[in-house]
Design a protein around this ligand. Sequence first.
Ligand SMILES: CC(C)(COP(=O)(O)OP(=O)(O)OC[C@H]1O[C@@H](n2cnc3c(N)ncnc32)[C@H](O)[C@@H]1OP(=O)(O)O)[C@@H](O)C(=O)NCCC(=O)NCCS
Length: 198
Amino acid sequence: MGRGMTATPQPQLRLAAPEDTAALADLARRAVSAKFQHLYKPEDFATFMEAAHSDAKVAKEIADPGMSVAVIEEDGALIAFCKLVLQSTLSAGYSDALRPLELKQLYTDPERIGGGLGKRLMDWALAEAAQHGADEIQLTVYSENVEAQRFYHRYGFAKIADIEFWVGNHCDPEFLYARPMAPKDHGEGHGLAAAEQV
Ligand SMILES: CC(C)(COP(=O)(O)OP(=O)(O)OC[C@H]1O[C@@H](n2cnc3c(N)ncnc32)[C@H](O)[C@@H]1OP(=O)(O)O)[C@@H](O)C(=O)NCCC(=O)NCCS
């Protein structure tokens, strides 16, 4: 790099801390609203948002030892996040996995979609799943969210069941996706680069 040039720091992926609560809940509400709000009656959407994305709910998730929440930060602002539930409760009756882990939410700031932030979070989620000895990683995706489905297929996820997702009093068809963790996922060489380790 020539003299006078400064490196632009790469957005940093790290674990969420209690101080991130307000910013994370705000990002989640903006991202979820941008993608899904138009599909629902205002009262159903408001009920859902309060239950799933209030500051109080987000604070509880960050503090939960059974969860792992990652954020990507740039210039002091959060621009993407995902949440892991270390023992998935999604699959009862649908999967034989013994130690399934759930990827609960994965969102990029609506203005940053398509810039590789989702890939960084997914790589982190897969590495975390390996580190926790998970034999499967599971998630749910809206049946008509074909863009996210394409994203998940790229990482080896496939649909294993049709399920339901409630938004207030509105029930949507939803897909349960799973991606088996192969033994090699748990071996060396799958770790994150040093800068990514959290
Ligand atoms: C899914 C998502 C987290 C991926 O993050 P990202 O930072 O855009 O990811 P990357 O840049 O690494 O990958 C881009 C891929 O994301 C997917 N994607 C792009 N736009 C999308 C959108 N509006 N909604 C959902 N997924 C999208 C596509 O598969 C895209 O691949 P493509 O460029 O070949 O079409 C992000 O697009 C997002 O927040 N989408 C809206 C919310 C959502 O649907 N979340 C998943 C809920 S199950």
